[in-house]
Ligand binder design. Sequence first.
Ligand code: SAM
Length: 228
Amino acid sequence: MSYSGKIFVIATPIGNLGDITLRALETLKNVDFILCEDTRTSGNLLRHYEISKELISLNAKNERGKIDWITGRIEKGESGALISDAGTPCISDPGIRLINSLIKNGIDIIGIPGANAALLALSINGLPTDSFLFEGFLPQKKGRQKKLKELAEEKRTLVLYESVHRIEKLLNEISEYMPDRTIVVNRELTKKFEESWRGTASEIIEQLPGKTIKGEFVVVISPIDWRE
Ligand code: SAM
């Protein structure tokens, strides 16, 4: 396998360090540099697998400014990997601007698949998967209510990402805009304290412990007319 002049887009674990493929590890060992969101987070993963590499931070703020420099290095024959803090790069994570620009410059992009929180949730929640809409994070403020109204009309299964700061808010909003839907709240997938709740949003709000719930969440919402 020739690595020279290519970028490898590599999925990393979403919590459980064991969820990385042999091919991902082999490639991370062989590229010249690794682009990552947070050098400390990725440094921990790479140390765990005894991989020592040049780490370059690539995030929403600096991505645009680094594209030409990265392109130049690849055009000189170096090879790079793009990873994110968790899961599949470019899915609710930085990198798509870079990838788009590299494609325009004729550079080969090689994907190495692996963990993704949305697809994992869909695969274990038992809601229809023949067709679904991945919305990722809803807008935090402006446009959030409008988006929720639009989604309430959507006929496909919906997949949302939410952070610990807004999960209770999101459940309250779903109970208001989509009161009859079966939803599954997936918390801390693949991690030690993985758990899920199933029911309508208001049933789940009642089940939740009184204290604030912590962690990372994927919320899957059944299609409009779907019944268990
Ligand atoms: N690129 C990642 C992927 O492939 O899934 C997603 C990155 S996005 C910045 C982070 C969000 O993904 C979290 O706020 C949460 O909604 C979801 N997520 C990531 N890991 C998760 C996990 N282990 N359990 C539940 N949700 C997770």
